[in-house]
Design a protein around this ligand. Structure first.
Ligand SMILES: [Zn+2]
Length: 56
């Protein structure tokens, strides 16, 4: 189970086990495998801003 937080808005959280239906991400998808045009639904940042919570 890995969770990620957008480090631009610090609001959007992504749970790898759940995916993110709002942005079309299936469960089990790692952020590096998101589409290149993926945007944070809160602030519009790209996927490179999703940081694993374990790296804080
Ligand atoms: Zn964001």
């Amino acid at each position: 189970m890995t969770k990620y937080t957008c480090n631009v808005c610090n609001v959007f959280e992504y749970d790898e086990d759940e995916g993110n239906a709002d942005t079309g991400i299936e469960a089990g998808t790692k952020p590096e495998d998101f589409p290149d045009d993926w945007e944070c639904p809160i602030c519009g940042a790209d996927k490179s801003h999703l940081i694993s919570n374990y790296e804080f």
